[in-house]
Ligand binder design. Structure first.
Ligand SMILES: [Zn+2]
Length: 301
């Protein structure tokens, strides 16, 4: 099995990044990941002003997947997310996040992890929902910072990108150049403070090339639903993009008119927020599996 060390990181997804490994389609790969601060914060007393802000949101990789060409789709089966630290890091910063105007000074919080729960300040225990914040392939054009999501994936901060889910990413360049990082031990929809429970870990995925099934934006499947993911400058545009892509996906693959598909989406599924704090915002549209099954809808066709 291929293991990619957490020392092999990129801070932008780019067609110019040299691959750190080459694997055949269908291979299992384990990515060791740093937290989104490149593991620079070890205690609540860490000097916030001395953080190296050039080293934020590292993604481990990229991995070249043999046979992947522009127009293909990379199927990423998320087999296992292992958190390798007994504590996570969380920050709140004035002017960052949805209500950053309420904050007076930067605050670092170290959050112990115990028995699959996070011990939050105030004595609140919260169940973990380990998820991958940054996951994507190289974009077709200019490099895109790992802090930004878009149609190549990137910092989508979507809590459904978790163990057991399958993510489908449109391929833009030969080999796809896949990378991931920025694990969160837990995060709520919106990521309202700009931060999840940031933690290092190890993620094992299977990477497979899917031919003849072009997708305009990432899609996702788990036990509950099929999802389209849309990232855009505003939340309104991201909502529109995710919904539009699901409407066309349903119309094209279930033999429905767009009117019928949009009627279905208004009644039987949910438009949900992934995050509202990154340079582009991300929404997802969730179509329940029970509905998809009636229409024989499958992402792989
Ligand atoms: Zn993060």
């Amino acid at each position: 099995m291929t293991v990619i060390s957490r020392t092999e990181v990129v801070y932008a997804m780019s067609r110019d990044n040299a691959p750190v490994a080459t694997v055949a389609s269908g291979s299992e790969v384990t990515f060791q990941t740093c937290d989104c601060f490149s593991d620079q914060i070890a205690s609540a007393d860490a000097a916030f002003t001395e953080l190296d802000w050039q080293r934020i949101n590292p993604a481990t990789g990229p991995v070249y997947v043999e046979g992947a060409k522009a127009g293909d789709v990379l199927r990423v089966d998320i087999k296992r997310i292992a958190l390798t630290h007994p504590q996570a890091v969380m920050v709140t910063v004035p002017q960052l996040g949805v209500v950053g105007d309420e904050l007076e000074k930067p605050q670092i919080t170290i959050v112990p992890i115990e028995n699959n729960e996070a011990l939050l300040p105030g004595g609140v225990r919260v169940p973990l929902n380990p998820m991958i914040g940054v996951i994507g392939v190289a974009p077709a054009g200019e490099p895109i910072s790992c802090g930004t999501p878009d149609s190549h994936g990137g910092n989508m901060d979507c809590k459904v990108i978790a163990e057991g889910a399958t993510l489908y990413l449109p391929v833009n360049v030969d080999g796809a150049l896949f990378a991931l990082g920025d694990l969160h031990a837990a995060m709520g929809d919106g990521e309202v403070s700009v931060c999840g429970l940031e933690i290092p870990g190890e993620v094992t995925v299977t990477l497979s090339v899917v031919k003849n099934r072009p997708l305009p934006t990432p899609m996702l499947e788990n036990a509950d639903a099929l999802y389209t993911l849309g990232s855009a400058k505003t939340l309104d545009e991201a909502a529109s993009l995710a919904t539009r892509n699901m409407a066309h996906f349903v119309a094209d693959n279930a033999g429905m008119t767009l009117d019928q598909a949009i009627t279905l989406l208004s009644i039987a599924g949910d438009l949900q927020i992934c995050q509202v704090v990154d340079p582009l915002k991300t929404c997802r549209y969730a179509l329940p599996k029970a509905v998809a099954a009636q229409l024989n809808l499958r992402i792989e066709g």
